[in-house]
Design a protein around this ligand. Structure first.
Ligand SMILES: [Zn+2]
Length: 312
């Protein structure tokens, strides 16, 4: 847990007395209250998130997340426990393979259930944002295709039935999220050596990206009101990306230049990997056809990068 003002580590956010009265802890470094959001209502917290208040982000992704995850056994302890069980069962497995397999499946089932319980809050936010994102991606890709009709992969996705199309765009968004979260975390570690002293560093990055990515669902309002022009959609996309950049800057304490270069690198990696991976799923593993789609995508990315340089 940290002080949301100066980011200094702290042992506790408040002290609870026997009459359910709590006293907020003061920071030893900046002498301010370490986390006043402990007492603030969720509605006000949500408004502060929209206003990109640094304290609101730090409260949620550091303090609130750590309090939530600390209710469950540590992953290392959880992983070490089944090792003894595994050694014991290995003897039984040699005697009776069937019982060993059943126990192994049971163990994996328990781990999966524990994971879902532990990360319930993150998973709920992920599902809500993905559901909106699938619909928005579907609409925007369909419109783009109707305007220029040059994307062979999107043509193949749109040639399927309604359920097939939804599943294709759901896979597209899931892969996109996976690449975005993992690439951002890996680059933060590799380029800035960030997170070595943070207990849940990977989940801190995931939570930050999820919270700031919420701004990307604003365009859902454009489908209700008649303002869905290319200009307004473009402006909203830029605003959503600025939210992600600002949120990552608040949480990681890196400079704007560092976060913008990291985000540009993430954008390039996403452009080069997401559609080829989706094409492998859409073509049901047809490598040759996927390679054709990927080549067309690389061609488009190359033109998007090169054209502005020569036209300026
Ligand atoms: Zn402080």
């Amino acid at each position: 847990m940290i002080c949301i003002n100066c980011c200094r580590e702290t042992d506790c956010l408040y002290v609870e007395y026997s009459n359910n009265h709590i006293r907020l802890t003061d920071c030893t470094d900046c002498h301010d209250v370490v986390d006043q959001y402990v007492e603030i209502d969720n509605v006000l917290l949500f408004i502060d998130l929209l206003l990109l208040k640094p304290g609101a982000y730090r409260h949620l992704v550091y303090n609130s997340l750590e309090l939530e995850l600390s209710k469950f056994p540590d992953e290392a302890a959880f992983e070490s426990a089944p090792k003894h069980e595994g050694m014991a069962t290995s003897v039984q497995e040699s005697n009776n393979g069937k019982i060993g397999r059943v126990r192994r499946i049971g163990r994996w089932g328990r781990r999966l259930r524990n994971w879902f319980v532990k990360f319930d809050k993150l998973n709920r936010i992920w599902v809500i944002i993905t559901a909106f994102e699938v619909y928005l991606t579907w609409v925007s890709e369909e419109r783009k295709f109707q305007e220029n009709g040059s994307d062979a992969l999107v043509a193949s996705m749109l040639s399927q039935g309604a359920l097939g199309q939804y599943m294709c765009f759901a896979v597209y968004c899931a892969i996109d999220f996976m690449v975005l979260h993992n690439t951002t975390y890996c680059l933060l570690v590799a380029l800035f050596n960030w997170g070595s002293k943070i207990k849940y560093a990977k989940y801190v990055v995931s939570y930050t990206v999820l919270l700031s990515y919420g701004a990307k669902i604003y365009p859902i309002l454009m489908l209700i009101w008649p303002y869905d022009t290319l200009l307004t959609t473009g402006i909203l996309k830029i605003v959503a990306n600025l939210y992600v950049v600002e949120a990552l800057k608040i949480v990681t304490n890196q400079s704007y230049a560092a976060i913008i270069s990291l985000f540009s690198l993430v954008f390039l990696i996403r452009s080069l990997t997401v559609k080829p991976l989706v094409s492998l799923v859409v073509t049901k593993g047809d490598v040759m056809l996927s390679w054709q789609y990927a080549r067309a995508e690389y061609h488009q990315v190359w033109h998007k990068l090169i054209n502005p340089l020569f036209s300026s």
